[in-house]
Design a protein around this ligand. Structure first.
Ligand code: C2G
Length: 128
């Protein structure tokens, strides 16, 4: 069974997130999402609209997502890859080459971001 993992905040879930998850899941049998906790978001200088519990509830309802785990720190990826026997690490290409240190442990796939949508954009439109 081929296992994949991806990481992110996934705030205000939108079709950019879903398309990334769909494409990742098309390449593996089991897809894990490491979801940034509210505390970790502070380290990323991000405040999400939805808290972790809600973001996890939404992600878990997506048929492409098989498991959601917390992302608490920047440096848990190697441990996660080993712990879950991950074969493929996925990230949007806004992170291109940022996680190449994982090469010895698993395949790395950077997927193109979906243009024209982001949680920030949605928030800006709602606030208009
Ligand atoms: N994404 C996408 N298209 C968009 C918006 C986001 O493909 N229009 C992808 C991003 O490239 C990322 C994933 O959806 O792979 C989640 O996006 P974010 O929640 O913005 O992820 P980020 O805050 O960058 O967290 O340790 C890694 C970090 O946790 C990544």
């Amino acid at each position: 069974m081929k296992i994949g993992i991806t990481y992110g905040t996934f705030d205000i879930l939108h079709y950019g997130h879903v398309r990334l998850l769909k494409r990742a899941k098309s390449k593996v049998d089991f897809l894990i999402v490491a979801l940034s906790t509210d505390e970790f978001n502070k380290l990323k200088n991000k405040t999400s609209f939805y808290n972790y519990k809600i973001r996890k509830e939404l992600l878990s309802s997506i048929k492409y997502v098989d498991k959601v785990i917390p992302e608490n720190t920047w440096n848990q990826k190697i441990k996660d890859v080993k712990k879950y026997n991950v074969d493929v690490f996925f990230m949007g290409d806004d992170w291109k080459d940022k996680f190449n240190f994982l090469k010895p442990y698993c395949e790395i796939v950077y997927l193109s971001r979906t243009k024209g949508i982001s949680s920030t954009y949605i928030k800006s439109k709602i606030n208009q």
